[in-house]
Ligand binder design. Structure first.
Ligand SMILES: [Zn+2]
Length: 324
């Protein structure tokens, strides 16, 4: 066998990224096509198929050197069957037999998983989690998600819904209503929108703060608050301390439960750097059991935008991924 590459596909609401990735995680070819969800899933899949054909032609990699195709998608996916149940933000993708369609077209094993699991696999195999056997990878952006690898295997759960750290309930009473219908979820306390909400609360309270100056003609975003905090603005730093505290509490619970060696943090909000990571690390140290806290390292994600295609590329033919 001289198979050396996999194809990784990262499907987002606007674009689909497609890459040929070698077994060491290096991207040898990448391109993207528009998702155009309004045209129906058949249209998107047909564009993906054409782009895969183009990529093989341009790189002159024979199909026999491709081990398989993997997809990362933002929603509920049956990994075993390659069946996309639903993508909440991409209309029309309901019960799409993606794996079957691709296998019939290319004759290559095809797997699909949700984007957070895929990013976790990427970081585990080729990024910040490399070398560890037990990792938790969390993404903090508009929402909060997590992927878990325990003893070298992806933890998917009985209905493939494991890792919903954003819905860990941290307040038993009161608080804002979460997208999941509950109250008191981590996601209502520490996601990108929570940062914006806190920023508005401080402005309403009459606090003068740097992000107000930075956002003169644009709405306040979590990036702007992060910038202001990194410029030394006290209120912005305080906001990241609060956010970091709540993420730290959720992760202290996670550390006690799973005893991971590494916690990898990525996503838009994590770009803020130490102003977010320091309160997270401090809270984990203070609030989890010493034996587990001493073992864990909290590190930023390394693969950035490539985590999707690199992680997806590993799905199809790896024994890392918890397939039966
Ligand atoms: Zn929730």
């Amino acid at each position: 066998m001289t198979t050396k590459y996999n194809i990784g596909v990262d499907l987002g609401g606007t674009n689909v990224k497609i890459a040929i990735v070698d077994y060491d995680g290096h991207i040898v070819y990448s391109n993207s096509v528009p998702t155009r969800a309004e045209m129906g899933y058949e249209y998107t899949i047909s564009n993906i198929i054409t782009e895969i054909q183009t990529s093989l032609k341009e790189t002159q990699i024979p199909k026999s050197d491709i081990g398989g195709i993997g997809f990362g998608l933002p929603g509920q996916v049956d990994y075993e069957k390659g069946l996309v149940h639903i993508l909440p933000n991409i209309p029309g993708w309901i019960n799409v037999p993606l794996g079957q369609i691709m296998e019939e077209r290319f004759g290559l094993p095809t797997k699909a998983d949700n984007d957070v699991n895929v990013a976790t696999l990427g970081e585990f195999a080729h990024g910040a989690g490399k070398g560890a056997k037990d990792i938790v990878c969390i993404t903090v952006g508009t929402g909060i998600g997590a992927g878990i690898i325990a003893n070298g295997q992806m933890v998917r759960g009985a209905s493939m819904a494991a890792g919903e750290l954003g819905h860990m309930i941290l307040k038993d009473q009161g608080g804002d209503i979460c997208g999941c219908g509950q109250t008191g979820c981590l996601e209502t306390l520490a996601s990108g929108p929570s940062i914006v909400k806190l920023a508005h609360d401080y402005i309403m309270g009459g606090k003068s703060c740097k992000f107000k100056e930075l956002a003169i003609n644009t709405p306040i975003t979590s990036q702007i608050v992060g910038e202001a905090a990194n410029m030394g603005d006290a209120v912005s730093k305080r906001i990241f301390e609060i956010i970091g505290y709540w993420i730290g509490i959720a992760l202290a619970n996670t550390v006690n439960l799973l005893n991971p060696e590494k916690i990898v943090i990525g996503g838009g909000v994590a770009q803020a750097g130490d102003i977010l990571f320091n309160p997270i690390r401090e809270t984990i140290q203070k609030r989890s059991l010493k034996v587990a806290a001493d073992a864990v390292e909290v590190v930023p994600a390394q693969l950035g935008e490539s985590a999707g295609v690199v992680g997806a590329s590993i799905l199809a033919n790896s024994n890392l991924v918890g397939s039966k």
